[in-house]
Design a protein around this ligand. Structure first.
Ligand code: PBG
Length: 339
């Protein structure tokens, strides 16, 4: 036996050769994030003089329309091409039918008009779902018995909602409700009203996830329902199901979705990969509020490095197959990429 010091493997293949220097590592890097891959979700609120930080989402704010416009300008300058807007309504405006959504001068529509006017090239995406508007916090309206969301009555509402958003000037409508048949109904309604250029970013595979907790604080859907454990199990997918996810992606494709989305992202990388392999449509993934909160919480404890964990989490989502990522880290990452 030779001593460890003189020991030499007869080894022609040595992967470490490519890792020897920063330059070599960069040359063989397979996945890279770009600012244009990122979509920034933003929360908008009426009548607040200053941005309100969301307790469970450090660094994320509910913005009034003026501040929202400023934030959109800043994102555009940093190379972020798209924002996804969510309204936080005064609880007094909520009811079981979510009638504030019918208001042609409602918060989200005013926000869209202001952003499109100030930064016309920025791609504006709005959520199509009733949860910011309903007193029970569900994404749709309830059936006669009041024990479940009524699919078809909800779809009719969502199709009209999408048309209102298109009229306000959005580039994409993003149905996040998981009702059956809503993508087809929205496409038909948009086309019938002359909005054939308004695209659909479909939350195709949206799981019934605990990771949405901080978002429900942000838009107040949990408070409205009086519980943080609001169950959306009758419409969102069971996290145990992979084949069912493929059925949902295929349906949205057939119904006319322009971009598919998987949500949440980090715990569903296998699903992202599956959809990527089966579909030729662009694919997005949503790194949701709980994923963001988790990284921030551990960083605050001093247990994880914020920037490295953030970048690794996003790289993993892109490597899994998502070309676009909705993430609350969008601005920070775009800044870091800009150097
Ligand atoms: C609701 C909606 C949710 C999110 C986006 N749209 C939450 C839910 O389904 O309750 C979650 C986003 C996040 O957690 O960041 N239509």
């Amino acid at each position: 036996m030779s001593s460890p010091d003189s020991f030499k493997l007869d080894l022609p293949v040595r992967p470490r050769r490519l890792r020897r220097s920063a330059a070599r590592r960069l040359m063989v890097e397979e996945t890279r994030l770009r600012a244009a891959d990122l979509i920034a979700p933003l929360f908008v609120v009426d009548g607040k003089p200053a941005p309100e930080e969301i307790a469970s989402m450090p660094g994320q704010y509910r913005l009034n329309i003026a501040d929202l416009v400023k934030e959109c300008r800043a994102l555009w300058k940093l190379g972020v091409k798209a924002v996804a807007l969510f309204p936080k309504l005064d609880p007094k405006l909520k009811n079981a039918e979510g009638t504030e959504e019918l208001n042609e001068d409602g918060l989200i529509l005013r926000a869209v008009r202001a952003v499109k006017k100030a930064v016309p090239e920025l791609v504006v995406i709005t959520d199509v779902a009733l949860d910011p508007y309903t007193s029970h916090g569900h994404d749709g309206v309830l059936n006669a018995a009041g024990d479940d969301v009524d699919n078809d009555r909800t779809v009719a509402r969502l199709a009209a909602m999408a048309v209102r958003q298109a009229r306000a000037g959005v580039d994409f409508v993003a149905p996040s409700d998981m009702m059956d048949g809503r993508v087809g109904a929205i496409r038909a309604a948009l086309d019938a009203e002359g909005f054939s250029e308004t695209a659909i970013l479909a939350y195709s595979v949206k799981f019934n996830s605990a990771y949405y907790g901080p978002f429900r604080d942000a838009v107040g859907s949990a408070q409205a329902a009086g519980t943080k454990l609001l169950s959306k199990a009758t419409y969102q997918l069971n996290p145990a199901n992979r084949r069912e996810a493929m059925i949902e992606a295929a349906l949205d494709t057939a119904e006319g979705a322009d971009i598919l989305m998987v949500k949440p992202a980090g715990a569903y990388l296998d699903i992202i990969r599956d959809v990527r392999e089966r579909s030729d449509l662009p694919l997005a993934a949503y790194q949701v509020s709980g994923e963001y909160a988790q990284i921030h919480a551990a960083a605050r404890m001093g247990w994880l490095n914020l920037e490295r964990t953030r970048d690794e989490s996003l790289l993993a989502i892109k490597r899994a197959g998502a070309g676009l990522i909705l993430t609350y880290f969008a601005k920070d990452v775009a800044k870091a990429l800009a150097g």
